[in-house]
Design a protein around this ligand. Sequence first.
Ligand code: NDP
Length: 343
Amino acid sequence: DKVLVSGANGYIALWVLRHLLERGYAVRGTVRSEAKGKFVKEYFTSIGHGDKLELVIVEDIEKEGAFDEAVKGVDAIAHTSSPFHGNVKNPEEFYRPAIQGTVGMLKSALKNGPNVKRIVVTSSCAAILTPSDKPSTFSELDWNEASPKEVEEKGSDSPPMSIYRASKTLAEKAAWEFYMEHKSEVKWDLAVINPPFVFGPPIHDVNSPASLNTSLKTWYDIVVADNPKTKEGLSFSSGWVDVRDTSLAHVLALEKEAAGGERIITTAGSFNWQEWITVANSLPSSVYPNHKLPTGIPELFTSETVYNIIYDKSKEERILAIKFHTKEETTKDTLEDFAKRGW
Ligand code: NDP
């Protein structure tokens, strides 16, 4: 079977490609430029999986029919492309690629993908949670109604994170709407993966901590670079998942019949930032010999710490049943990777 993966050069996507290729699938990845494709091709060639990988360039995913050629002849699709960074001013900068990119992929599959059986869309827990000061549990039944509303009110004065969360919410909603509208015309169904914060070793093209993707850059800043040191920053809590697990979830969601028609939260559990620092300091110093790691404010994580955000894992356990990496494993593998890069 051949799987199309959009945004193939991204942090999560490269791991999706790796799982697919290791499981024997043929993969067609889309990237925005020749140079981005070159890294991906060279990486998989270097680990012996270059022969079943094909890369195509889709320069502008907002364009009508952008994926019309890319979907031809594929059996399944994983759509991961979406902007995630903090330098957004105008909501449209995120809304257009997130929403039009996602709906555009589904439209192209409707038009030119007669063999497509399933489409997996990478959404986010950003499309689920409503930020709150008191501890809350969220499940797939919840939608983030607050961020789109906030962005509607504040426009380009919205905080970048609100714009990001709103873009993910609106893109996922648009995907379900398009699917419901065209259900009877297509042979495929839709599955959505909703990851919280994604951490873990990168295999995509990064040559400095500054060029890391947003979620791992935050982890690096706090756990390795000691920034921010504030009590407020270090006691912030949320859900997390290892990049190797959430990427595997994409592949399992393509394979498992029961994933069809479902949005699925993939999380290993909750964290607070101090906890990662504490875990990092508990590892042997040989894991990260480059410099002394920050110690943070150790009393901000104890056995009594209450996490502010908890995600319901029951659907994931029922349908995908991934054995998630632990914080210790993810921290060790990530720090070893950073150490090798000399960071
Ligand atoms: P990356 O930034 O590494 O990957 C993003 C991918 O989307 C890249 O391939 C990028 O291409 C592409 N992309 C970004 N903006 C555009 C645009 N305007 N037009 C076309 N393509 C674009 O981040 P992640 O791997 O973390 O993100 C992948 C997906 O996972 C996204 O949908 C994100 O929302 C989602 N996600 C991520 C989480 C996390 O914590 N990392 C948590 C939950 C969901 P290019 O390199 O050319 O810019």
